[in-house]
Design a binder for this molecule. Structure first.
Ligand code: TRP
Ligand code: ZN
Length: 880
């Protein structure tokens, strides 16, 4: 139900403990798509820490049938019911509530609460979906033990799953059956889940470190059992890794993953019953790319790791979301890095993380939805499942490890669990555990949670040849009125021969012979002095991207080339290449904007640097691929005061075309040298080779001749896996060649693989050859379906977010398209609509003519009756 009243803002400072705590929850479900009956029996006890004596239950889109308090049926005057709450005033200190409600899962297109996907029942309760199932004190600091009885038609829903352990099952009359599940652990309501469906599973018994035998299951729709191996393998790896790296064990006898085709996000960590978007479960070489495989490993790990960081220790309130999400992203990042197991492999994952931050988090933090890792207010919590809370939150956790060392960080984690197992806590509690376990004062570190924006760190250096001192002067600036952050800046010094110099940091504690030290910048400006420096070194600053900041340092081209050729830190080696490329991209963009793209030039120095990396067989192919990718159009745009998307696109295309032509022979040679014949394997080494090979192909295909086209066509025809097949097809589409027949055959081959058809839409939507008319045409395709989030994202989001030159067409036609679909989607699924709404975040940075059209589109949306989700996003975008 939509309310006409303007949305209310919720403030972190207004937190009060719940008036009543829930001890037990007994739920009974009579499942039917149009009308599901939910019987809910909860025992409550007044919270001695709270002042109020009122029981406040939340409920949304459900119909109250009956309400009993301590055995007595309550009449309308005994409680207050409005659109979102049910209040019983001055309730007794001990209360048993019996609540019967109705809901309509088949009509639930928002995919929050209990819903139907392809005829099966699933739930999604985070953040506030449980209140769409029953009336409940639906807040994470209310933790209770749950027992759940599921009843449904046996033939249509042969599989009935719940949290915890199956304790009873059997048949009922009328072809129905039941299953009773009990979760032995107290949990907040957002971790509740049920599945009633026609599914099949891959299952396995697995031995834990302590010798216990557990049952692992991956549940999918029939026909998909040929795509569950990798998820199962990833789950086993996750369990092992959590034991080995953190001493954390699985606490249940049974752990289930269920894949569903309609899902708002990636996956959900419901206790013992993780529910996943099919995208992060289903994979075989024919249908999934290397990137998909890596995503499955990361998300399976992420949800599994939540069992400790999120479930056993949960959040006191939703402002603390990063307590579980930042920490769990950090854990899944470390897991993926450890699974590769090599130093360069680890660095490659780190470079990917930096790219995500720059592509999505820095822009978010500089735009209208900017918020601290621990926000101070929100209108709709679903809008705060952001790259800031997740990815920047993970950076904040990583900085503890950088400051405290691996062992110190582990001590902090151990103390965190020792203190808070079974509790709902805050980000301050986590920081206190880190500080106390290491006897460190981390009070200044708190600002990473409370201050928004990306800090800028500026470095200057000076060398005194007589005294042999080298000084690095670091200063920082945040947003206006902000206090200085506690910033770990990892630094190394390179000699003229390219080698790391041994470091002697004055007043610093570091191992003898260390070549990287972590400088702690806590003030507005600080001088760090290195002694016994025999030559003027070239500084490598912010190694391993030791803090989520923007680093300013006046490097000369020669210095950058030196770092690009020699830095022992692969992240900064890559970074030097990105700086070289960015300098040129910005100059070229300015030239295109002023004079068009006729007389552009790219210097040989840069081309030779690219050649050197491309052909250096001592370097990991995965690293070479990253070093050769130019900064994205979005990242270039972030560097400009006034963004001209067409000029950026032309400049970048010019650079790619020039590199492709100049290095044609080398690209061809590397294309051949990095083939991966034989059976497909998603391991990092093979994936790295494919990535480099396919990058070579994409450079060769910027302006393809007959030979290059043939190469792509052959790769498409002969590909033994989806990585190579889709890369060939993307290269053809992007080149502007007639890819029609290939798109057609691709579609025919994979018509029944929804995740592959998503790719088919996505690659067309993001092609610079597709304008808004082409996207509208694709919407008429029978396979397009606005109600399915994956499909909507594949076509609409890939156009608005990954095709900037076309999205920002001068006539504003794509903005009108955006407005139309924000509004249409909002009526179906507000969470998905609000994410699309964010495509306009940076509207104020565009040239005046575009700005005016974007504003118009925003105002058009704002004039509609909107969900809280979309209203918050467009209101903030339009605010000053
Ligand atoms: N907790 C989930 C995760 O990070 C996120 C999530 C899944 C979610 N589904 C959601 C958040 C729906 C909001 C709404 O793994
Ligand atoms: Zn998570």
């Amino acid at each position: 139900m939509r309310t006409d009243s303007s949305p209310t803002t919720i403030f972190r400072q207004d937190y009060t403990p719940p008036a009543f705590l829930v001890e037990t929850v007994e739920l009974g479900f009579d499942l039917a798509p149009a009308r599901t009956v939910v019987a809910n029996r909860i025992t409550l006890r007044r919270n001695p820490d709270a002042a109020s004596h009122d029981i406040v239950l939340y409920g949304e889109e459900i119909e109250l049938v009956q309400l009993r308090l301590n055995g007595q049926t309550l009449e309308a005057g005994d409680y207050q019911l409005n659109e979102s709450t049910l209040t019983i005033r001055s309730a007794p200190a001990e209360a048993v509530l019996e609540i019967e409600t109705l809901c309509a899962p088949a009509e639930n297109t928002a995919l929050s609460g209990l819903y139907v996907s392809n005829g099966n029942f699933y739930t999604q309760c985070e953040a506030e979906g449980f209140r769409r199932i029953t009336y409940f004190p639906d807040r994470p600091d209310v933790m209770a033990k749950y027992t759940v009885m599921l009843r449904a038609d046996k033939q249509q829903y042969p599989v009935l799953l719940g949290n915890g352990n199956l304790i009873e099952q059997g048949d009922l009359d009328d072809g129905r059956h039941y299953a009773k599940w009990e979760d032995p652990f107290k949990k907040p309501s957002y971790l509740f889940a049920l599945v009633a469906a026609k599914l099949v599973c891959q299952e396995e018994r697995f031995k834990l470190a302590d010798g216990r035998d557990v049952l692992l299951q991956v549940w999918v729709e029939e026909g998909n059992l040929d795509k569950t191996d990798y998820a199962m393998q990833s789950l086993k790896n996750s369990i092992r890794w959590d034991e080995e790296r953190w001493g954390l064990e699985l606490d249940l006898d049974r752990f289930m993953i269920v894949a569903v085709g309609d899902f708002n996000m990636g996956a959900m960590e419901n206790k013992g019953l993780n529910i996943f978007n099919t995208k992060f479960v289903l994979a075989n070489p024919r249908t999934a790319t290397d990137v998909d495989y890596a995503g499955i490993e990361a998300v399976v790990g992420h949800e599994y790791f939540h069992n400790w960081t999120g479930n056993r220790v949960t959040c006191r309130d939703w402002f603390q979301l990063s307590l579980k999400e930042g920490l769990t992203v950090f854990r899944d990042q470390e897991f993926s890095a450890d699974m590769i197991g090599t130093d360069t492999g680890r660095a490659v994952t780190r470079i990917d993380q930096v790219r995500t931050l720059r592509q999505a988090q820095f822009p978010e933090d500089a735009g209208p939805m900017s918020h601290p890792v621990r926000p101070d207010s929100f209108v709709e919590i679903n809008n705060f499942y952001t790259v800031t809370v997740y990815e920047k939150g993970a950076e904040v956790v990583r900085m503890y490890q950088t400051l405290l060392g691996r062992d110190g960080f582990r001590k902090g984690m151990d103390l965190y669990f020792e203190r808070h197992d079974g509790q709902a806590v805050t980000c301050d509690d986590f920081r206190a555990a880190m500080a106390d376990a290491n006897r460190r004062d981390l009070s200044q570190f708190e600002r990473w949670y409370s201050q928004a924006g990306t800090p800028v760190v500026t470095a200057r250096t000076r060398y005194d040849a007589v005294k042999r001192n080298f000084d690095i002067i670091l200063s920082q600036r945040g947003q206006a009125e902000q206090q200085p952050f506690h910033i770990p800046v990892a630094v190394g010094l390179l000699g003229a021969d390219g080698r790391d110099l041994p470091l002697h940091l004055e007043h610093g504690k570091h191992a003898k012979g260390a070549t990287t030290v972590v400088l702690e910048l806590t003030g507005q400006e600080q001088i760090f002095r290195f002694r016994n420096v025999d030559e003027r070194p070239i500084p490598s600053i912010l190694r391993d991207f030791s803090a989520p900041v923007i680093l300013e340092y006046d490097y000369t081209d020669d210095e950058l080339l030196h770092l690009f050729n020699h830095d022992s830190d692969p992240v900064n080696r890559w970074e030097a290449g990105q700086r070289l490329a960015m300098e040129r991209l910005l100059k070229l963009t300015a030239q295109v904007a002023a004079h068009g793209d006729a007389n552009l030039k790219l210097d040989h120095t840069f081309i030779n640097a690219m050649r050197a990396v491309l052909t250096d067989a001592t370097l990991d192919p995965a690293f070479r691929e990253l070093a050769l990718i130019l900064p994205s159009e979005t990242i270039i745009a972030e560097q400009m005061d006034v963004v001209d998307p067409q000029a950026i696109h032309k400049a970048r295309q010019f650079m790619r075309r020039t590199i492709g032509a100049a290095l044609k022979q080398e690209l061809l040679a590397q294309y051949q040298a990095n083939q991966t014949p034989g059976e497909y394997s998603p391991d990092a080494a093979s994936a790295g080779k494919r990535a480099l090979k396919n990058l070579c192909l994409s450079y060769l295909m910027v302006a393809p001749g007959a030979d290059e086209l043939k190469l792509a066509q052959q790769q498409f025809d002969n590909a033994s896996n989806m990585t190579d097949r889709s890369a060939a097809l993307v290269a053809m589409i992007h080149s502007g060649a007639d890819a029609g027949p290939y798109l057609k055959s691709f579609y025919a081959d994979f018509e029944h693989e929804a995740l592959v058809i998503d790719k088919w839409f996505a690659m067309q939507a993001s092609a610079p050859t597709s304008d808004v008319a082409a996207v509208r045409k694709l919407m008429e395709h029978p396979a397009f379906n606005l109600k399915n989030p994956n499909r909507a994202r594949s076509l609409i989001f890939n156009f608005t977010n990954a095709n900037p030159a076309r999205f920002h067409a001068a006539d504003g036609s794509a903005y009108a398209f955006w407005a139309e679909f924000v509004i249409k989607l909002d009526a179906i699924n507000p969470q998905v609509a609000a994410r699309l709404a964010r495509a306009m975040d940076r509207w104020r940075r565009y040239a005046p003519a575009l700005q005016a059209k974007m504003k118009q589109a925003l105002e058009q949306v704002a004039a509609h009756k909107l969900s809280n989700d979309v209203a918050e996003v467009v209101t903030k975008a339009l605010a000053n």
